[in-house]
Design a protein around this ligand. Structure first.
Ligand code: C5P
Length: 408
């Protein structure tokens, strides 16, 4: 009896050029046996190793080959092709297609679909060992991993070129296991409730002016999306941000820290709370109800703003007594002594984990697309490599799922 996890799942399989393409025929067969629907894109290189007829016969679907085929585009545009899948698998993934993916090139149907997809991508590299070890390939793989692309293999052994080394495509059963693991992950937070704060807060000075900061909301939104993708019922409490609402997430839009705190309290109980918002530490004590005029002071001097402390939302969740989420996670954006300060913050705010990141000028973290974090917990400090904010979110969501599963 085969595990039902792939039953009804839709896989888009990209077969690029390489002798290992013959193994992809077996992969199609195994996927079909398990109830998955498999659509294939065969690149020009791939078609030099396996025939469209074999691929079509095994997948029981039309094979897509040509970006500029009017028939293909009218029947199934490349965008639809990439969106209608649950998972995109590139096997074999040649050095060439990996380089194109890393650079965002789109010069054929396969690379165009890969650039257009909003679905997870798994690659099974296959190439000569010198090509695999080349710094250019290493950099491309690092860049793809930072983008959240998953990889299975390659293996070491005899290569088709007669040389020996790392570069042999993973066996179909290994690729299948990686595909199944990818789907299993999507239910790893099923039945859990998650709360995420994101973005800056706006603290009014008067009805048209406010105090804010440069937070984009990218990291928090990505975390909410990653938790929801794993099946958690996720509430995102977001300050003003240009980021779109993540799919499958319940979003509460707020402006001030006080509103953010109220929305977070209303979201309880949850299993996990992640406070990624850059909450303004202060608010204006008495915001004006009318727009302040230039001549607001008798002597023409600029008005003085009196600030008052904002509530600390993370500390409030960490100390929420019997409503405390099982896992409370905060961020510590520091410009010096990053880990030391984060460790102290973890204790002070009574949270379980702190993701410490360096936001010194020049790191580009605040408002940027990448993040270098250190996970500080009671068990110590774990240094993560520089990753895209999406990949940080993926890793964090996986850690959360593992932690909750182990704790329950
Ligand atoms: O104290 P600091 O602002 O450095 O702490 C950062 C962490 O605390 C972040 O997780 C942030 O979301 C959270 N925080 C909060 N409410 C505040 C200030 C910070 O939730 N008023």
């Amino acid at each position: 009896m085969l595990a039902p996890i792939l039953d009804g799942k839709r896989i888009l399989l990209v077969i690029s050029g390489g002798i290992a393409a013959y193994k992809s025929l077996d992969l199609i067969r195994r996927l079909r046996e398990r109830g998955a629907a498999v659509r294939c894109i065969l690149t020009e290189g791939g078609a030099a190793f396996v025939t469209p007829l074999s691929v079509a016969a095994l997948s029981e679907e039309k094979v897509f080959m040509d970006l500029f085929s009017l028939t293909d585009e009218s029947e199934m545009g490349h965008i639809r092709l990439s969106r209608e899948a649950d998972l995109v698998v590139v096997a074999p993934a040649s050095a060439d297609i990996l380089a194109k993916m890393a650079q965002g090139l789109a010069d054929d149907l396969a690379t165009t679909a890969l650039l257009a997809t909003d679905k997870p991508v798994l690659v099974a590299p296959a190439m000569n060992h010198m090509m695999w070890a080349h710094p250019a390939t290493r950099a491309n793989i690092a860049s793809l991993e930072a983008q959240g692309v998953r990889r299975v293999g390659p293996e070491s052994g005899d290569l088709a070129c007669g040389e020996v080394g790392a570069g042999r495509m993973a066996e179909p059963m290994q690729i299948l296991a990686a595909i199944e693991a990818q789907f299993a992950e999507r239910t790893s937070l099923a039945g859990r409730r998650a709360l995420v704060t994101s973005g800056p807060t706006h603290e009014p000075i008067d009805p048209v002016r406010f105090i804010a900061n440069r937070s984009s909301g990218r990291q928090g939104h990505a975390i909410a999306a990653a938790l929801a993708q794993r099946g958690a019922a996720t509430i995102l409490v977001s300050g003003p941000s240009a980021e779109p609402d993540p799919a499958g997430v319940e979003v509460r839009h707020v402006e001030t820290a006080a509103e953010m705190l109220a929305a977070c309290r209303a979201a309880l109980p949850v299993d996990v709370a992640v406070c990624a918002a850059a909450v303004s530490d202060w608010k204006v004590a008495n915001p004006a109800t009318q727009k302040l005029k230039k001549d607001v002071t008798a002597d023409g001097a600029p008005p003085k703003l009196t600030l008052a402390a904002n509530p600390d939302i993370l500390a409030s969740l960490g100390g929420a007594g019997n409503r405390r989420p099982r896992l409370v996670i905060g961020f510590a954006a520091e410009t010096e002594n990053v880990v030391e300060n984060a460790t102290a913050k973890r204790r002070a705010k009574n949270c379980d984990w702190i993701l410490a990141n360096d936001v010194s000028p020049g790191t580009g973290t605040f408002g940027g697309r990448e993040n270098t974090v250190h996970l500080v917990s009671a068990d110590g400090v774990e240094d993560w490599p520089t990753l895209s904010k999406q990949a940080v979110a993926e890793r964090l969501a996986e850690r959360v799922a593992r932690h909750l599963a182990a704790a329950s």
